[in-house]
Design a binder for this molecule. Structure first.
Ligand code: HEC
Length: 412
């Protein structure tokens, strides 16, 4: 988390955008896949229904045509029996399109029409629930995922000719399927006699699912990517870049100490307001600095040109101001004397001051020295003594106490 906080704003924005994109792709793939699967299954159901109706209609059409044309069926014309013909046609069509199309029954005549475990179970549900006309689900055959559809056949009057009372069946049927061996007689009208069964390999459907999914995800993904890119660009132009500019100007100012640079502000938004505020602050600061420099210059002129020698020092005796007159009087240059202790400026003749040191002495006697003239013997750089008149003032500023000594040679 800490490393996350240290990332640049651009990196953070990019990271968030990447996460949003990833989430979007995951979600849209998931939902598209669900929708596509539902859509494809709907399609498969529709196709299967058409196939089942084709089978039923083929059968009915042939029956009608035989009646009208008085076609006599026989053992030799077995393949023309409507049920047989529609079953075979279904099988042929199935071969061509890669589906399996069958008509099955628990009480089958032809072992080729025996149901498999799945079909048996579904037939069972048809027997139990008469309202139920169709059933479909995804199942597995030989390790391969398949879509399976079944539509119940109920016996009507016409079926009973060959599936009702065996005595009423045509002779060739009786000959081929003797009553004792054949379980497909004795049906009642309205009874479930079997079902159309359609099996479609999922691979064929999935192929379409993935093709559709790819286009859909690519399309929406493309649009989203474009949107996100625009958003990222907008953030970069209106937030991160101005902020980076602000940051570099601030660090420039810190580095050079010059308050001249200004950041161009183009927008009226929050960042724009920040930049305007920053520029104003810089203006303000520059004015103040100029004033300060001006008053410092005046102060310097004042002290430098003063007739008295002026020496300012902290409570510990450390010298912080030494004017030109003091330089001349003591023989020290400003550079060497600043930071030094005033102890060095006191002649050994001033015994008590020398002995206790400036700091302790000032603490003890400081008050007495203030605002009155005293005579004091000072020490020049070369060690020679110089008697001077001293008047001392004290100032407290920001928790520091400092003293200013005004020194002059006594009138001769
Ligand atoms: C003209 C005689 C005839 C009529 C009418 C007839 N069937 Fe059949 N049915 C057969 C024969 C023969 C088979 C065996 C098919 C085969 O060899 O594939 C069969 C098979 C079936 C099968 C497949 C299971 C099995 O027993 O092999 C179903 C299901 C079926 N018939 C349903 C019907 C329905 C429903 C009707 C009425 C709409 C009907 N049949 C009318 C003769 C007939």
């Amino acid at each position: 988390m800490a490393s996350m906080r240290n990332l640049s704003l651009t990196a953070k924005v990019n990271l968030v955008i990447a996460l949003i994109l990833l989430l979007f792709f995951a979600l849209s793939t998931y939902f598209s896949h669900r929708q596509q699967t539902r859509f494809i299954i709907g399609e498969a159901v529709e196709k299967s229904r058409i196939i089942a109706f084709e089978a039923i209609n083929t059968r009915e059409y042939l029956s009608n045509q035989y009646q009208i044309g008085r076609v006599e069926l026989s053992e030799e014309r077995y393949g023309l029996i409507p049920v047989v013909a529609s079953n075979r046609i279904g099988a042929l069509v199935g071969q061509d399109i890669g589906y399996a199309i069958r008509q099955v029954s628990d009480r089958y005549r032809n072992p080729r029409n025996a149901p498999d475990a799945f079909e048996s179970a579904v037939l069972q549900t048809f027997y139990e629930d008469r309202e139920r006309q169709e059933y479909y689900s995804i199942s597995v055959i030989d390790g391969e995922r398949v879509f399976r559809y079944m539509q119940a056949f109920t016996a009507d009057e016409s079926c009973l000719e060959c599936h009702g009372n065996p005595e009423d069946a045509p002779d060739y049927i009786k000959a081929l399927f003797p009553e004792e061996e054949d379980p497909a007689y004795h049906y009642q009208i309205g009874e479930v006699i079997g079902a159309a069964s359609v099996t479609i390999p999922m691979e064929r459907l999935a192929h379409q699912i993935y093709a559709n999914l790819r286009t859909e995800v690519l399309m929406t993904g493309g649009i989203f990517l474009a949107l996100i890119t625009c958003l990222g660009l907008l953030i970069r132009l209106s937030v991160t870049r101005p902020l980076a500019q602000l940051g570099s100007v601030v660090s420039d100012i810190v580095r050079t100490g010059r308050l001249e640079e200004k950041i161009p502000s183009r927008t009226g938004d929050e960042i724009g307001a920040l930049i305007v505020g920053f520029n104003d602050m810089i203006d303000n600061l520059r004015e103040k600095t100029e004033h300060l420099e001006e008053s410092e210059r005046r102060f310097r002129l004042l002290t430098e040109n003063a007739h008295d020698a002026i020496v300012s020092f902290l409570a510990n005796g450390q010298i912080i101001l030494f004017n030109r007159r003091a330089e001349r009087l003591f023989g020290y240059g400003k550079k060497e004397v600043l930071g030094m202790s005033i102890d060095h400026l006191i002649h050994p003749e001033c015994v008590s001051l020398r002995e206790s040191g400036a700091e302790a002495y000032l603490r003890r006697e400081g008050e007495k020295l203030l605002y009155r003239s005293h005579s004091i013997v000072c020490r020049r750089r070369d060690g020679s003594a110089v008697p001077l008149e001293l008047s001392l003032s004290v100032t407290d500023s920001e928790g520091h106490r400092f003293y200013t000594a005004f020194l002059r040679e006594p009138p001769a």
